[in-house]
Design a protein around this ligand. Structure first.
Ligand SMILES: [Fe+2]
Length: 167
């Protein structure tokens, strides 16, 4: 049987309650990988009209994590960023994404941004899920139609990203 937002939310909640550390996030990556293969779920929820570029599809009333849908129809090259006090999991359903992980070379203080240098580049393919822990700096580069499921540890509408600049 395919996933619904409710069954997906319940499975993620159970995984995070069983292990609030990295092991729980790894388990969520595994769940997201399965959702990416669920063609009905992707067709129903990752639609351009509602997810361009981001829609919170589900917010967990107990733990606060969010299941978000994203659709990019045009090239979208993100700047290096973290998600403030939240972690995130990116799961790609359609369209390759070139990801860059960045290393902080100078921690920002007193209004000055943290300076970062690229550390690792890799291509995420449809079916791939990747965990970005709190403070991990990354930038996605998309050149064609891209659909993704993103799990936010907390709703990023209410979280400020860190001040980060490429060195
Ligand atoms: Fe991000």
């Amino acid at each position: 049987m395919g996933y619904t937002l409710e069954s997906l939310g319940a499975e993620i909640r159970a995984a995070l309650k069983a292990d609030s550390g990295t092991g729980g996030k790894d388990a969520v990556c595994g769940i997201v990988t399965k959702v990416l293969l669920d063609k009905d779920f992707v067709a129903k929820h990752l639609t351009s009209d509602q997810c361009k570029p981001r829609k919170v599809l589900y917010e967990d009333p107990e733990l606060g994590f969010c299941i978000c849908g994203h659709v990019y129809e045009k090239p979208a090259h993100g700047e290096p960023h973290d998600h403030g006090s939240s972690w995130a999991i990116y799961g790609l359903a359609e369209g390759d994404t070139e990801m860059t992980d960045w290393r902080i070379v100078k921690k920002g203080e007193g209004g000055a941004p943290s300076l970062v240098e690229p550390e690792k580049r890799y291509v995420m393919k449809p079916g791939d899920a990747h965990f970005y822990d709190v403070g991990v700096v990354h930038s996605p580069k998309r050149d064609g139609l891209t659909r993704l499921v993103r799990i936010e540890g907390a709703n990023l509408d209410r979280i400020k990203r860190s001040n980060i600049k490429a060195a």
